[in-house]
Ligand binder design. Sequence first.
Ligand code: DX5
Ligand code: ZN
Length: 260
Amino acid sequence: MEPVEEPFAVAAGDVPPGTGAGDPRPAWEAWPMAVQINPSILSADFARLAEEAKAVEGADWLHVDVMDNHFVPNLTLGVPVVESLARATETPLDCHLMIEDADRWAPQYVEAGAGSVTFHVEAAAAPVRLAREIRAKGARASMALKPATPIEPYEDLLPELDMLLIMTVEPGFGGQAFLDIMLPKIRRTRELISKHGLELWLQVDGGVSAATIERCAEAGADVFVAGSAVYGADDPAGAVRALRSQAETATSVASWFCGH
Ligand code: DX5
Ligand code: ZN
């Protein structure tokens, strides 16, 4: 008897892995253009970080905001907390360093167990050397731009990076309003990534929510940090799923994505 073909069967490889479709790998491992949602623990309960990490299982990365009260007017956590958190969760850590002297400190966050380390270009004396050091130590190297920092001077540095973070608020605090004026910079950065044929992830951070995520995806972002929109929700894991689905839909019709 002929095998009956299932009319809606999805061919292997057609579904992003790690998104509940049966592939246990994280989405980014085998699906470079996948949408990623990174909840920011800045909006979580710091006395219960391990539980708060568990509450967003299914997220791609856990975004960890490190602030030193010098680069930004706020103070959060440092290397020992990252070390403990890395041991307490299976979700890889995306460490966003809002600290001065990034050249000195960033490598220590790789040693602490972060899978991705983001330094601010405004705080790095030698960004190329630092990105190479982060990669050599085994983590993904990422560089962040504050709202007033343009992308254009860094075009030649992009191949040195695994991710670029465009801040969509002034860094320092969760719960701020999304800066729409950053959308052109996201668009221009996506154009540079395409122009050079890079597999560089483009992250947005600050004010990303159900109300703003589609605009970010449409402009070219593919990694979305969300603090208050996830941890302020009654069901944080549900909020991650909802944000992912909004971003996926917006990406699928975005002009920058068509043809991929
Ligand atoms: C702000 C931090 C963000 C913050 C985002 O400086 O870098 O990661 O947690 O919080 P929301 O999503 O609430 O704007
Ligand atoms: Zn952040």
